[in-house]
Design a protein around this ligand. Structure first.
Ligand code: SER
Length: 327
């Protein structure tokens, strides 16, 4: 496997991209990780800790120019429209998630890139998938986001087989973090609940109390992504579709864990259209392929994550940052 030297992170201003870019800069050198946004203003930390540029992954010409300008050899494609927003605008979801990925994969061929990483999601699963989702299973999603992610997994695997592109991806569960908010996902309640617990002491949750989904804390998400990127290619039997599990809890269990720290915290449940999406996904995933092929092992469970989330959000609240964040 050739060495990764200069990485372009597209979608770098988003929930995962913003923290992943900083972690990649630590590992590969600040100047070697170029953050690319589309329109949201980057945080000063993201903008000032290394190169920043604007690049819409749907614009192939701009992507080519960016690759040349910064001598990029690896693309991490974090640009995506998530499940709830995708249902409001399915065409835009296809355009960003699929055209953006094809652009990335074609750029990998044309510029002989070392590697392309494009995440998938638990949204590839559907009502026909077993509730503890195996690695190999029925992929019949009911959302456009899920359709684009199944397509993305198949495209990655196709480009590996047909063109020898080193394309990799993992099926993220709901990602919980204390820095950048997620936007337009079904699992967003699991992030909002922490913000509201700190800011207002109450939260109205948009899925039912017994809704159980796979979740992961951001440090584990970063570790999973970077470990998969660093894994020797010849050890991988899968490519674009690794299940990665960390924890699985119902909305009620999540609320109960927060109440252990904030006893007066009140949660009510008012399910909206996202309930159907949540109900179409499994409660947990079987991630033995990731564990065997590249040594995946999560570090955070619900208790450990909650302690850390509340500590970080309290500190941000005291600095007056949270209302600004808009949760
Ligand atoms: N967090 C995503 C969503 O809810 C799932 O990958 O859409």
């Amino acid at each position: 496997m050739r060495e990764i030297k200069r990485i372009l992170v597209v979608g770098a201003v988003g929930q995962i991209g913003s923290e992943l870019t900083l972690a990649l800069r630590d590992k590969y050198g600040a100047d070697n990780v170029v953050a690319a946004g589309r329109k949201t203003k980057p945080s000063s930390e993201l903008r000032d800790s290394g190169p920043f540029t604007w690049c819409d992954v749907v614009d192939r010409q701009k992507l080519d120019e960016t690759i040349k300008q910064f001598s990029i050899d690896t693309i991490v494609n974090m640009a995506a429209i998530l499940s709830a927003t995708g249902e409001k605008n399915p065409q835009a979801c296809w355009e960003v998630n699929v055209t953006g990925l094809i652009n990335t994969l074609e750029a990998a061929r044309d510029h002989d890139l070392v590697q392309v990483l494009c995440p998938s999601s638990i949204a590839v699963f559907g009502p026909g998938t077993p509730d503890d989702a195996p690695q190999e299973t029925v992929l019949k999603p009911t959302t456009m986001y899920g359709v684009t992610k199944v397509t993305g997994e198949l495209l990655c695997d196709y480009y590996v087989r047909r063109f020898g592109v080193d394309a990799r991806g993992l099926r993220y569960p709901g990602i919980i973090s204390a820095e950048t908010l997620p936007g337009g996902g079904t699992t967003d309640y699991a992030v909002e609940i922490y913000y509201k617990a700190i800011e207002e002491g109450r939260y109205t949750c948009f899925v039912k109390e017994d809704t159980r989904l796979p979740m992961m804390y951001m440090p584990d998400c970063i570790k999973a992504t970077m470990d998969l990127m660093a894994a020797p290619f010849d050890k991988l039997k899968h490519h674009g579709d690794f299940n990665v599990g960390a924890m699985s809890m119902s909305a009620g269990e999540l609320a109960a864990e927060i109440k252990r720290h904030i006893p007066d915290f009140e949660v009510t449940y008012e399910p909206d259209f996202r309930q159907d999406i949540a109900d179409s996904w499994p409660s947990s995933v079987i991630d033995s392929a990731a564990r065997t092929e590249w040594g995946w092992e999560p570090a955070y469970d619900l208790a450990k994550m909650t302690e850390d989330m509340l500590k970080r959000l309290r500190a941000r609240h005291e600095r007056g940052e949270l209302y600004q964040a808009g949760a």
